[in-house]
Ligand binder design. Structure first.
Ligand code: NDP
Length: 237
């Protein structure tokens, strides 16, 4: 299969790049800033790294064209690129809000719009969005993040209906607390609290999210669409 992953240079996206490549798939991935990490990952896995800010519509059009040239076709899209920010709601600036929605929701819209045209033409495809359990439950001091991730839930369900007749599935994976740089600033007390609130009593690994993404992209998931799959150790039950 030919796979396009956004935000592939680190964390969950990197784990997806590594897992798909290990399964023998051909992978292209987008990243925003970490050129060194992206190029290293590309060398190690044979994947193609493409610098592209997903919140820039024109850049996305160019990047998807580059990826399609490298891959030949795009069978699977993983919308993973995302940012987080912890801030009181009343302190959020216009820029904070626009950057969060622009990256986590509008970015997925731009990439999916470009890729879905190709999938409709080939009458097949898989789209996996990476949401967050906070899009289901809401997180205090992360209102813009929660809103963007809740938006991805709606996008997943609506697109599943619209693209189903073209044999394209659309699903969403909602991770819980996962050990990546996104959570690097959490202090020990907060990490302990989060573990205590998780029925499986621990933080998850990026590879555990990648495994769920690979399942939804596989033949085993051919009749699954419009679904939201929590990979959160039971946190959001
Ligand atoms: P990381 O911060 O480790 O990595 C984020 C990735 O997204 C990087 O590859 C980064 O690229 C890329 N990225 C960020 N902004 C842009 C942009 N504008 N354009 C293109 N690429 C961009 O995050 P995680 O791996 O932890 O998170 C991955 C996804 O999983 C996100 O959507 C996040 O919201 C979601 N998630 C994570 C959870 C967690 O606990 N870690 C929990 C729930 C959901 P670069 O480094 O090159 O800038």
């Amino acid at each position: 299969m030919n796979i396009l992953i956004t935000g592939g240079s680190r964390g969950i996206g990197e784990a997806c790049v590594r897992e798909f490549c290990a399964r023998g798939d051909r992978v292209a991935f987008l990243y925003r800033a970490q050129s060194e990490a992206a190029e290293r990952l590309a060398r190690e896995t044979g994947a193609m790294a493409i610098q592209c800010d997903v919140s820039d519509s024109d850049a996305v059009t160019d990047a998807v064209a580059k990826a399609a040239t490298f891959l030949g076709s795009i069978d699977v899209l993983v919308n993973n690129a995302g940012i987080s920010q912890i801030k009181l709601f009343g302190d959020l600036t216009d820029r904070d809000w626009q950057k969060m929605i622009g990256t986590n929701l509008t970015g997925a819209f731009y990439v999916t719009r470009a890729v879905s045209k190709r999938m409709i033409a080939q009458q097949s495809g898989r789209i996996v969005n990476i949401g967050s359990m906070w899009g289901k439950t809401g997180a205090s001091c992360e209102v813009h993040y929660s809103a963007a991730k809740a938006g991805l839930r709606g996008m997943t369900m609506a697109l599943a209906k619209e693209l189903g007749p073209s044999h394209i599935t659309v699903n969403c994976v909602e991770p819980g607390v996962i050990d990546t740089e996104m959570n690097a600033t959490l202090d020990e007390d907060t990490r302990r609290e989060l573990c205590n609130a998780t029925p499986l009593c621990r933080i998850g690994r990026a590879e555990e999210v990648a495994a769920a993404v690979c399942f939804l992209a596989s033949d085993a998931a051919s009749f699954i669409t419009g679904q939201i799959l929590g990979v959160d150790g039971g946190f959001a039950i």
